[in-house]
Ligand binder design. Structure first.
Ligand SMILES: Nc1nc2c(ncn2[C@@H]2O[C@H](COP(=O)(O)OP(=O)(O)O)[C@@H](O)[C@H]2O)c(=O)[nH]1
Ligand SMILES: [Mg+2]
Length: 369
């Protein structure tokens, strides 16, 4: 039996096994087997294949624009960025990866228009694999759907899931330490509902014989497998609904209920018209928020505060991260920093390397010469 048949059989068995406490460990084993076999199939498929797209990461963050052909990706990219992406009123105009740079609040946000994801892309057909490998490197996914085809969202999400991209969720808290003997021992937080037996079964199926495993928060079997496999990427996502110019106001409730069916809060979705350049400011603002970028205005000796080209960092970054992004040459010479702004208790607060910065702080680094 070939790998693909084995995968199919496992999928069928999983689908036909009712989930309850007595079948939980069995399902855990099946799902683990399935994940391992898919991994193997993928390795077979990719060996000998071309080396991927080699889209370089530029700018302060990267956003992947994901949508079916003709939803308006190229139009949107052109409207948001300096890119010159080809557009056309027919399918499959976009054959490659088109990068553009969106400049916002002094940050350079790279937006990638990736070719239309079609069903089966995650299975390696239609060049989808390369597309998905580019998407995996992004910091944020923007789903673009048209007002008339909200249902495409399901298929897009599925493609990403199949390619080990997990959206809008934290990585599962699963920690595994191999050891020399004594089998597998399981440590779980009080709210973990999976049985110890299930967790052990899953680990064994992934080849662990002796290990201490800690599950720190409630997870389901799929998340447990994700945690053990350790090659999933976790990304935030946004939904932009394009071609809003084409609907009459009385059609809006229909679109909204289609969004709700898919657990998308209509107030969270961003309605735009790429063609008429409407709603693009809201979209840009949401992209900015989701990326969690912050602006740091550097106070440079003798030159004053640079409000034009802020240093772009991420929420949670510290003075140390700022030094690193500035070139890291402060190592020995760094003495302290002075911060004025949202993160400071008072103007010109003297802080150390581990001080956490905030959006629109003014930062001066005091270093030995
Ligand atoms: N009415 C309308 N048409 C749009 C909008 N955005 C894109 N289009 C049209 O839809 C077609 C496909 O757009 P394109 O950007 O090439 O889609 P892509 O295949 O996703 O890159 C083109 O004819 C665009 O002019 C929009 O917001 N409103
Ligand atoms: Mg296009």
């Amino acid at each position: 039996m070939g790998l693909e048949e084995e995968i199919q059989e496992l999928e069928e068995e999983i689908a036909n096994t009712p989930y309850n406490k007595s079948t939980e460990a069995h399902i855990g084993r099946l799902k683990s087997k399935l994940a391992e076999k898919k991994e193997k199939l993928e390795q077979q498929a990719s060996s000998g294949g071309g080396g991927g797209y080699g889209v370089e990461k530029h700018g302060d963050a990267t956003v992947a624009l994901v949508g079916f052909p003709s939803v308006g990706k190229s139009t949107l990219l052109n409207a948001l960025t300096n890119a010159e992406s080809e557009t056309g009123a027919y399918e499959f105009t976009t054959l490659d990866v088109y990068p553009g740079m969106l400049k916002h609040k002094g940050a350079n946000i790279q937006i990638l228009d990736v070719p239309g994801l079609i069903e089966g892309a995650a299975g390696g057909r239609g060049g989808g694999k390369e597309v998905l490998s580019v998407v995996r490197t992004a910091d944020l996914i923007v789903f673009l759907v048209s007002v008339f085809e909200i249902d495409q969202y399901d298929r897009l999400r599925k493609e990403l899931y199949e390619n080990k991209i997990r959206l809008d969720q934290e990585p599962p808290w699963v920690n595994i330490r191999k050891k020399g003997k004594d089998g597998i021992s399981v440590n779980t937080a009080s709210d973990v509902s999976l049985d110890e037996e299930t967790i052990k079964a899953v680990l064994r199926e992934h080849g662990y014989v002796n290990a201490d495993v800690t599950v720190g928060a409630d997870v389901d079997i799929d998340q447990l497998v994700d945690g053990v496999m350790d090659n999933r990427v976790y990304l935030p996502s946004l939904v932009a609904v394009n071609k809003a110019d084409l609907i009459e106001p009385d059609y809006l409730p229909t679109v909204e209920s289609e969004l709700e069916e898919r657990d998308i809060d209509p107030d969270e979705a961003i309605f735009i018209s790429a063609e008429e350049e409407k709603g693009l400011d809201s979209l840009t603002e949401r992209i900015w928020d989701e990326l969690g970028l912050i602006r740091i205005y550097m106070d440079k000796p003798g030159r004053g505060v640079d409000y034009e080209e802020p240093l772009i960092l991420r929420e949670g970054d510290t003075v140390d991260d700022a030094c690193e992004k500035l070139g890291g040459s402060f190592d020995e010479r760094f003495r302290f920093a002075r911060v004025t702004g949202p993160s400071a208790k008072h103007d010109e607060q003297q802080v150390g390397r581990d001080h956490e910065l905030a959006d629109e702080d003014v930062l001066r680094i005091v270093a030995n010469r």
